[in-house]
Design a protein around this ligand. Structure first.
Ligand code: ZN
Length: 337
């Protein structure tokens, strides 16, 4: 899978001047060995490692059994600390085994969005501290409201909804993040075969379906849905999806007149991209990471880590010319403080 093989852990150290005091600041992204198709978990760990807010929450937790090998938040905390503190060897095999033991299958192709959700859900569930579990939710949770409108009496049923990642469908032409977001929030008329029970009319009626944004989290994960299942045949969409390095929440504004969270114009900055290369049956995951909010990019391909640039990140937009090449799959944006 990996072009780098499974050699020793390689660490990339880069020095540069920070601020005006000429202090030498050392920045580091730690590579992770590939243990038989663990590239997906590796790429996700790079993105979690760049999410310092997550480790800050985990570090407030002191579990009574500090050696529990089945506890995902404990093993996640251990590996993230090791990736940050440069201890050697990083105990991420314990984290992998912990996931294999209870949630994911060994030696199979994995979906990074699915594993992202499994890791966050188990972390929340097993942390055994309601306050910290809520903090993890609040860090990632996109709050939405599902609105189903009766076309007969215009009554609207409203249901709260929340997601850890924003699942954006991409269409078979060129896409931009903004038009994918607009499509996600667009009002849809449900087919006649999908009539919904209206409590005012007291019977099933032709209806509309719409999602409204309630609030955006400090860490926004965007899932570009490149994998599709057409009548049992899985395929990958290589279509181009452009995305910006920073955006203003105004890009969510179309059709969202009720969203209070958009009243203050906030900015988000991209800091991690989980990338998929290859096809649905033979793929490989890597990650671009910008860990220090200084627009410095690194590229992590399992144990190989090298400095990179925003231009390289833009090379993952996709498009049929780059078929089988690297395409961005998960985008992680951080709300600017
Ligand atoms: Zn009705």
């Amino acid at each position: 899978m990996s072009s780098c093989g499974s050699g020793p852990v390689l660490q990339t150290h880069l020095s540069r001047n920070a601020g005006t005091n000429n202090d030498l600041n050392v920045s580091e992204v730690r590579g992770l060995l590939n243990y038989k198709l663990s590239c997906c978990v590796n790429a996700l760990l790079q993105s979690f490692s760049a999410t310092t807010e997550l480790l800050d929450i985990l570090n407030k937790w002191h579990p009574s059994n500090g050696t529990d090998k089945s506890n995902v938040p404990l093993q996640l905390k251990n590996i993230l600390e090791a990736m940050r503190n440069k201890s050697y060897p990083a105990p991420y095999k314990d984290f992998l085994n912990c996931l294999y033991r209870q949630a994911i299958q060994r030696w199979t192709e994995q979906d990074a969005d699915e594993i992202f959700h499994i890791i966050l859900s188990l972390t929340q569930k097993q942390i055994a501290d309601a306050v910290l579990a809520q903090e993890i939710s609040s860090l990632y949770e996109i709050k939405l409201e599902t609105q189903v409108g009766c076309l007969n009496c215009k009554f609207i049923q409203r249901m709260p909804n929340s997601l850890f990642s924003l699942p954006l469908a991409i269409c078979e032409r060129e896409n931009s993040l903004e038009n994918c977001i607009n499509s996600f929030f667009q009002l849809q008329k449900l087919a006649d075969s999908e009539k919904v029970y209206c409590e005012k009319c007291e019977k099933k009626q032709p209806s509309t379906y719409e999602l409204k944004l309630v609030s955006l989290p400090p860490i926004l994960c965007v899932h570009l849905k490149r994998f599709r299942n057409d009548d049992g045949f899985p395929r990958k969409l290589y279509n181009k999806v452009t995305f910006p390095e920073t955006f203003r929440t105004a890009i969510f504004a179309a059709g969202q007149s009720e969203a209070e969270c958009l009243s203050s114009d906030e900015h988000y900055s991209l800091y991690a991209v989980v990338v998929h290369k290859g096809t649905t049956v033979s793929g490989h995951y890597t990650a671009f990471i910008s860990p220090n909010q200084e627009k410095m990019w690194y590229y992590a391909d399992d144990n190989c880590v090298r400095p990179s640039t925003w231009t390289d990140v833009q090379g993952t937009y996709g498009g049929y010319r780059q078929r089988y090449g690297e395409t961005a799959y998960l985008l992680l944006y951080r709300k600017n403080s």
